[in-house]
Ligand binder design. Structure first.
Ligand SMILES: [Zn+2]
Ligand SMILES: [Zn+2]
Length: 170
């Protein structure tokens, strides 16, 4: 009489030879039949490897990029500040801000030629890179302002332009 064993996966009673040997298991055989094991391995091998998984995890990569960009931005601020504390240039005069949190600070184009630079697609990373590579030119062109000060500066520029317009008309 053939010894039979029930496969815990498919529930079928099968001869012992239909199970792989497994010393630690009952009857010295695997808990599932060869057929079920084969099916399992097929699915198992279909799974992405940890390397493929890592490649798929884009958030991690963008997180790295974010940290890199943050460091680059800090370095660019240090270049413009040139040994002085990194803070808004008009802080005292306009009382526009009281913190030196980098998130509130921007690189302001002293001569309002920012639009032209933007046309040349000087996006953040490029701008930071340019500042770090050309510190002297960058210090001539850029100053550190908080976002409020930058808005106020733009408002004053518009007011001056309107005043100029008005003086021409009268
Ligand atoms: Zn089975
Ligand atoms: Zn400010």
């Amino acid at each position: 009489m053939k010894v039979m064993k029930r496969c815990s996966k498919c529930g079928k009673n099968k001869p012992l030879n239909d199970f792989w040997q497994a010393r630690s298991k009952s009857h010295g055989r695997d808990w599932r039949c060869k057929e079920c094991k084969r099916e399992y391995m097929r699915e198992y091998n279909k799974r992405p490897t940890s390397r493929e998984l890592r490649r798929k995890q884009k958030p991690r990569k963008s997180e790295r990029e974010r940290i890199y960009l943050k460091k680059l931005r800090k370095k660019a601020f240090e270049v413009i500040a040139n040994g002085q504390p990194i803070k808004c240039l008009r802080q005292k005069e306009w009382k526009c801000c009281s913190y030196s949190d980098f998130d509130f600070l921007t690189f302001d184009h002293i001569y309002n030629d920012g639009a032209e630079d933007r046309k040349k697609s000087l996006v953040a990373q490029k701008l930071y890179g340019w500042i770090i590579k050309n510190p002297q030119e960058a210090r001539k062109k850029l100053q550190i302002l908080c976002r409020n000060a930058q808005a106020k500066k733009e408002l004053e520029r518009i007011r001056r332009a309107q005043l100029f317009d008005y003086s021409l008309r009268t």
